[in-house]
Design a protein around this ligand. Structure first.
Ligand code: FE2
Ligand code: FE2
Length: 271
């Protein structure tokens, strides 16, 4: 199988546990081959417009997803459910990046990074699904956000836009909000959820870093100025302003300097 065929197989698998098992298996195969100096062809992929999804959760407009108090046990289940949904989407986002842009020649390190990221998202989904099950719930028990694939659809033709919006905006946002979630589960004495979220938090820094690294690589190759291009792409493809407070420390660690994101906040003069 080519790498894009593996990616398409993950994208067209609906069940969360099966999708992530397949994702782990293909990632292991890729790294085995890389370690053995064996070549897996990248190929040209034909990814679906939308990845396959299980029958449940029911997907709703975010305005119609009931809000629950984060301090209550139900609220914490809802929060873990929302994170599980984000992680499953992230598995598909990384495999879609591989499948959709197979025609853009990239060095092998590009595939190493995104296969690793997809592998880690698969672990993250299972960590969240395990936490939900430990609490008597499960992924699919609650309604979930319907608009998650929009960033992928909007940037299906533009690898620069995809890298700008997915890892460098959406995953960077994860770095901003995860410490607050860890604090909330710490306060609730939920060591299992804290451990899982700590793992996610540590690994997400890497995903943002891959985004920044490959965005800059492509800019260098095409002789484009990264910062103004990033601002243009986020304004074109991301349908909102960026919201502080930002986790400046982790963003910097991931190669995302403040002058990339501050000009995209509401209060900026967009200069
Ligand atoms: Fe993740
Ligand atoms: Fe991620």
């Amino acid at each position: 199988m080519t790498l894009t065929e593996m990616a398409v197989e993950v994208l067209t698998c609906a069940d969360g546990r099966e999708k992530t098992a397949l994702s782990h298996r293909h990632a292991a195969r890729w790294f085995e081959a890389r370690d053995a100096g064996e070549e897996i062809e990248i190929g040209i992929g034909a990814p679906p417009d939308f990845p396959a999804r299980p029958e449940r959760p029911e997907l709703r407009d975010p305005r119609d997803v009931p809000k629950r108090k984060p301090g209550s046990p139900e609220g914490r289940i809802a929060l873990l459910h929302a994170v599980a949904h984000i992680e499953l989407n992230a598995v598909d986002l990384h495999w879609d990046l591989i499948a959709r842009f197979g025609h853009v020649p990239m060095p092998p390190g590009f595939y190493d990074d995104w296969v690793r990221a997809a592998d880690e998202e698969s672990k993250h989904f299972n960590l969240m699904a395990d936490c939900l099950e430990a609490k008597g719930s499960f992924y699919g028990a609650l309604p979930a956000h319907a608009g998650m694939w929009r960033a992928a659809s909007d940037t299906a033709e533009d690898i620069f836009g995809r890298l700008a919006v997915v890892p460098m905006v959406l995953e960077a946002r994860g770095l901003d909000v995860t410490p607050g979630m860890i604090a909330l589960f710490t306060k609730a004495g939920d060591a299992g959820a804290v451990d899982a979220l700590e793992t996610i938090y540590a690994e997400e820094v890497g995903h943002v870093a891959y985004g920044s690294k490959w965005f800059h690589f492509l800019c260098g190759r095409d002789n484009r100025d990264p910062k103004p291009l990033f601002h243009d792409l986020v304004r074109r493809y991301f349908h909102s302003t960026l919201k502080p407070p930002f986790n400046d420390e982790k963003r910097a660690e991931a190669g995302l300097p403040p002058d990339f994101y501050w000009p995209l906040t509401e209060d900026s003069d967009h200069s």
